[in-house]
Design a protein around this ligand. Structure first.
Ligand code: SF4
Ligand code: MG
Length: 313
């Protein structure tokens, strides 16, 4: 609720603070149990920072984060530690977080021991079971990270999160580094695991076609702000924000007569250290007016679950 995360910009020998990057600038999201909420936007829009602050991996600047009603930022360290297994983060590149000299069975089992979730004598069986549920055979258990392909490594990343019996999984660009054919397999795995284990996902991606099949609701971020949220179907059929329309126009659709006109945005995403005035999108928006330069658009409800921040909608 009203989540903000600002990073100080330091300069000079004495690291004076000379400004701040508003990476997340007043964002509110509710994710229901068993739901997949897709968070979409270009790199630099603040999606990853939402993911990390949502499970208190970095501190927030302002706002509130509740997990099943509990304000996780007011929890004392020991209680937060007990809650940790329930909220797991999966990265784009699980390889970077795997120690190359540790066999993957140990890498997966370690966390179970650390959290005291099972006795050491059970770990091997637990690891075998979680590998199987992620589509890896028990013969992989004693192998090293470099012996796996990209897709298999992401399966290991998922297994390592899953072994702690989480309820919420934050997946940050989990398929972005993979070939398209492998992407589909991993997305199917996410979907299958959700059904069998009742998981809740916050699924972060720069690619709308990746979230399309998995997410029930989608939020679109631009420079630290949410510009539109809607159910998946509503967002794909009736996008309202010019930025969402531009992102969608780049998604290939299988029905030729529904061909969308490609909206190409001018320029790159501006620096979040120095965002444009008014509507932060005005420097790239094909419909921008004088009002957009001066006034910040309010995030308004358009009926049902559809919300948008644009003066012209
Ligand atoms: Fe474009 Fe103006 Fe709407 Fe912003 S408020 S998206 S600049 S039309
Ligand atoms: Mg990111």
């Amino acid at each position: 609720q009203n989540l903000k995360k600002y990073f100080p910009i330091k300069a000079g020998l004495l690291s004076r603070t000379v400004g701040q990057v508003k990476a997340v600038d007043d964002i509110s999201i509710t994710i229901q149990p068993g739901e997949t909420f897709g968070l979409v936007g270009e790199s630099g829009s603040g999606k990853s920072t939402v993911g990390r602050t949502a499970i208190r991996l970095t501190d927030k600047t302002a706002g509130e984060v509740r997990f099943k009603g509990t304000d996780i930022y007011s929890l004392p360290p020991e209680q937060l530690r007990q809650l940790r297994p329930k909220m797991q983060l999966i990265f784009q590149d699980p390889y970077s977080s795997l120690n190359p000299r540790v066999r993957i069975g140990e890498a997966i089992g370690e966390a179970v021991l650390d959290h005291g979730l099972a006795p050491a004598s059970d770990i091997r069986d637990i690891v075998k079971e979680v590998l199987a549920s992620c589509g890896l055979s028990s013969y992989h258990i004693d192998r090293f990270p470099h012996e796996f392909s990209g897709g298999q490594r992401q399966r290991i990343g998922i297994a390592r999160a899953l072994v702690l019996n989480p309820e919420l999984i934050i997946a940050d660009e989990p398929v972005s580094a993979l070939d398209v054919s492998i992407q589909a397999q991993i997305i199917n795995l996410f979907s299958h695991l959700q059904e069998s284990k009742g998981l809740t996902y916050l699924f972060i991606s720069h690619d709308l076609s990746v979230v399309e099949h998995l997410c029930s609701r989608i939020g679109v971020m631009y420079l630290g702000s949410m510009v539109e949220t809607a159910s998946r179907d509503e967002l794909f059929r009736h996008p309202l924000h010019p930025y969402t329309k531009a992102l969608l126009s780049a998604v290939p659709i299988p029905i030729p007569k529904l061909k969308r006109e490609r909206i190409v945005l001018k320029g790159d995403i501006p620096s979040p250290a120095n965002p444009p005035s008014g509507c932060k999108f005005h420097t790239r928006c094909p419909f921008a007016e004088q009002r957009c330069v001066e006034e910040v658009p309010v995030f308004r409800n358009m009926g049902g679950e559809h919300w948008v921040a644009c003066h012209l909608v």
